[in-house]
Design a protein around this ligand. Structure first.
Ligand code: C2E
Ligand code: CA
Ligand code: CA
Ligand code: CA
Length: 276
């Protein structure tokens, strides 16, 4: 009997399909991973289009899985959202990015803005502003070196008061994946945000597709007339970079300027000041 009681108890429901079973395994694995500190942040440089200097970096979650190696978010971020694990995971990312950026500054490296992705579940919480303030206080990072990337969809779920509060603190606010959501111009003009990030889908074929170039141009014009900065993401080659520079896009992010990298490698780029 003693032997039996040590056996792990597993309940398999015949009603659960294979996909649901895999999902449950992943869910358990994700919760364990957060508790076991298996998540890391990779940093991808954002380059000033004119000077080509590194002016910022986007912090992107990676999972150092004990068996599967370093995993990008595609396979698990959706589930993390669904089970709202994105709230503690996102808070971890926010704090880790603030501490990392302060560490680089304290090491004498040129100061940059580190951008952190914020999910709708985080943004609509009542304690979100406090959580951000605490991350800044605890790390000692000045607010102007923190940028928050929020999708249009997430923005719709939170309040303008929250945006005003964050901006009042001095944090830089960017709309992520711009152009894919509810880009209603009268809505946009009242939003207290500093930057628009043109979605990759409009950038990818800009060299070959004149209508994509027209969309990018239109977004840049809208941003300028609202006194916002514009970032393009997903820039993979020199021609795309040159086109965007010609359109007066402010900042460029993409494999052409540098892949997301773990801090040990990213610090080398920061030392040089240039990624490309
Ligand atoms: P995103 O916020 O749109 O981030 C940009 C994604 O594009 C990243 O994928 C980045 O590695 C990838 N990328 C950058 N440059 C290029 C390029 O030149 N070409 C191509 N094809 N892709 C490029 P990644 O790291 O796999 O992240 C995927 C998504 O996961 C992110 O999309 C974001 O929505 C989510 N995510 C990552 N970290 C966090 C986080 O801390 N919190 C939240 N809520 N979401 C996160
Ligand atoms: Ca982003
Ligand atoms: Ca994006
Ligand atoms: Ca995206």
């Amino acid at each position: 009997e003693a032997k039996e009681s040590r056996m792990p108890i597993r309940v398999f429901s015949p009603h659960l399909g294979a996909a649901a079973g895999r999902r449950r395994v992943l869910e358990t694995d994700l919760r364990r991973a957060l508790a076991n500190h298996e998540f890391l942040l990779a940093y991808q440089p954002k380059v000033d289009a004119g000077s080509r200097r590194i002016v910022g970096a986007e912090a992107l979650i990676r999972w150092q899985h004990p068996e599967k190696g370093l995993l990008s978010p595609a396979g698990y971020i959706h589930l993390a959202e669904e089970i709202q694990l994105i709230v503690p995971l996102g808070e971890w990312a926010l704090r880790a990015a603030c501490f990392q950026n302060k560490l680089w500054q304290d090491a004498g490296l040129p100061p940059i803005q580190v951008a952190v992705n914020v999910s709708a579940h985080q943004f609509k919480r009542e304690d979100f502003v406090e959580t951000v303030q605490r991350a800044l206080d605890d790390s000692g990072l000045e607010a102007r070196y923190l940028e928050l990337e929020i999708t249009e969809g997430a923005l719709l779920q939170g309040s303008h008061d929250v945006l005003h509060a964050l901006r009042g603190m001095g944090i830089v606010l960017a709309i992520d994946d711009f152009g894919t959501g509810y880009s209603n111009l009268s809505y946009l003009k009242d939003l207290p945000v500093d930057k628009l990030k043109i979605d990759q889908s409009f950038i990818r074929d800009i060299v070959r597709d004149p209508s994509d170039a027209a969309v990018a141009q239109a977004i840049i014009n809208v941003a300028k007339s609202l006194r916002m900065k514009v970032v393009a993401e997903g820039v993979e080659d020199r021609q795309t970079f040159d086109i965007l520079e010609g359109l007066h896009c402010d900042e460029i992010q993409g494999y052409y300027c540098g892949r997301p990298q773990l801090p040990d490698e990213f610090i080398q780029l920061l030392r040089q000041g240039f990624a490309m």
